[in-house]
Design a protein. Structure first.
Ligand SMILES: [Zn+2]
Length: 491
């Protein structure tokens, strides 16, 4: 397998040739959502970024096992081991079982991902389904001397780990930086050092999400799940771990430390991170009043939106930027993306109508190479889209008969366009909703019945009967009444 894929490894801060540990197999782990609310843009970007990676690795011939978890326990409101569990809080506020919250938002997340044409991962493990594996991990870290028990909780000993290895390899922080930026918080007296993080938390009496463990009835620390589930499904060493840049610290840094502390070696070869999203130049957040859910984008039901934006417009807009650049959402930019996407889809449809000539007068041969080169350059989807726009201009020249194309080149153009626009970038043609389509088809039947009425009025019985018979043959039941004919579909 020819392999020239370069990916930016956050760990080494440079682009590196992608060489899987066990080609043709590739192990890919991406941090999934904490399911206590509706999916928003912050979920869409990593999902789409790593969906494109998943698709592209398969295009290159790799057999990819893609694991994306569902966090349904252990993610506290604040990263520093304090506050309420996000799921438990939502359950308390809504008077639901925590697993009702999890089920509800997991299904809604799947629906949003399907709308965005994000392929489901190979395995989607839940943190709450892997408590045993997480307890095992904590035991190993304790046995290796990099954790300590305190009041029924277990904490990772960052200072001790830092002496033996190095804490901060991913984020570039050193222990002093971490200490200087860690606030002294209530309930932190249990820790030897404010930089230490929880591997297991003893549950307060009112805490309902709890499991027995050697230390207390409690729940795992947030970072444990990815280390435990990554190992379970991808092995002690695997190829790629991805997520949003906001996860580099503390989440991924802690994952690295846990892995080394438990297994004695680094687990992940390539760390990949997508950049963040802003809305009208501002960070997205509940406190900024610019927190827009994906379903609000799809329906246009948010005061900041001038119109609905379809899932493919959102996907296309995200892919128009390189995944390591920030993306700023605003109406103007989204409207431009909507038009751009339409232009590409129109070109694709036009391509289907073009007939081959005897010679080729447009550049077709370089498109495939250019698109592969762009993808191989750290997944430069923006560049691929620009090459597809160039191809669209050629397609329009062909349609206007200002250029010609030979049969083999026409097939090559179709293949390459299909491969990159649909298979790799994961775009799809969007048609109207089912109800809108049904309404349109219904109006066509109404129109035929009006013509039948006109034929009857003109005593053209042959036409009138033919329309009725043909509609009946298609399953329509026609009833003539005083007010004209009515119909229903018997199917
Ligand atoms: Zn994670």
């Amino acid at each position: 397998m020819e392999n020239k894929l370069m990916i930016y490894n956050t760990l080494n801060r440079k682009k590196e040739l992608f060489e899987p540990l066990h080609a043709p197999n590739v192990g890919l782990y991406v941090c999934g959502p904490t399911v206590y609310g509706d999916a928003h843009l912050g979920h869409a970007r990593p999902a789409i970024t790593f969906d494109v990676l998943f698709r592209y690795l398969q295009t290159l011939g790799y057999k990819v096992r893609y694991v994306r978890n569902i966090t349904d326990v252990g993610h506290l409101e604040h990263d520093a081991d304090e506050g309420e569990d996000k799921i438990a809080k939502k359950a308390r506020l809504e008077q639901l079982e925590p697993m009702e919250v999890v089920q509800h938002y997991t299904l809604r997340y799947h629906k949003a991902m399907e709308a965005l044409n994000v392929l489901p991962p190979s395995i989607e493990p839940h943190a709450s389904g892997h408590i045993i594996e997480q307890i095992e991990l904590v035991k190993e870290i304790l046995d290796n001397g990099f954790a300590y028990e305190s009041e029924g909780s277990v904490y990772f000993d960052v200072a001790k780990y830092d002496k033996a290895h190095h804490y901060g390899v991913l984020s570039g922080r050193n222990l002093d930086d971490v200490l200087n930026t860690t606030r002294e918080l209530d309930g932190q007296q249990e820790k030897r050092n404010p930089a230490d993080f929880a591997l297991w938390k003893c549950a307060q009496p009112e805490h309902i999400m709890r499991w027995p463990s050697p230390w207390s009835d409690g729940f795992p620390g947030w970072h444990c799940e990815c280390t435990a589930m990554g190992r379970k499904y991808l092995g002690e060493q695997f190829d790629i771990h991805g997520g949003g840049m906001d996860l580099i610290f503390p989440h991924h840094e802690c994952e690295i430390a846990q892995g080394v502390a438990a297994m004695g070696h680094p687990v992940v070869k390539y760390w990949m991170h997508n950049n963040m999203i802003t809305i009208n130049g501002q960070k997205m957040g509940k406190s900024y009043n610019n927190f827009i859910n994906l379903s609000e984008f799809f329906t246009g039901s948010h005061p900041l939106l001038e119109q609905p934006y379809s899932p493919m417009t959102i996907r296309f807009f995200i892919l128009q930027a390189h995944y390591r650049s920030t993306v700023d959402f605003g109406n103007e930019a989204l409207q431009a993306a909507e038009k751009g996407l339409q232009r590409l889809m129109d070109a694709w449809n036009t391509l289907g109508t073009i007939t081959a000539g005897s010679e080729t007068t447009v550049d077709v041969a370089s498109l495939r190479t250019k698109c592969f080169d762009a993808m191989n350059d750290d997944l430069n989807t923006a560049q691929v889209i620009s090459h597809l726009f160039d191809a669209s201009r050629n397609i329009n020249l062909l349609a206007d008969k200002k250029a010609t194309i030979a049969a083999a080149d026409l097939e090559e153009l179709k293949d390459t366009f299909r491969l990159f626009a649909f298979d790799v970038l994961g775009l799809k043609e969007e048609r109207g909703s089912d109800s809108a389509r049904e309404e349109a088809f219904g109006k066509v039947v109404d129109m035929l019945l009006e013509q039948r009425q006109a034929a009857k009025a003109a005593k053209d019985w042959a036409t009138s009967d033919r329309i009725r018979n043909e509609l009946q043959a298609l399953g329509f039941e026609i009833k003539d009444g005083k007010e004209g004919a009515t119909w229903k579909l018997n199917k």
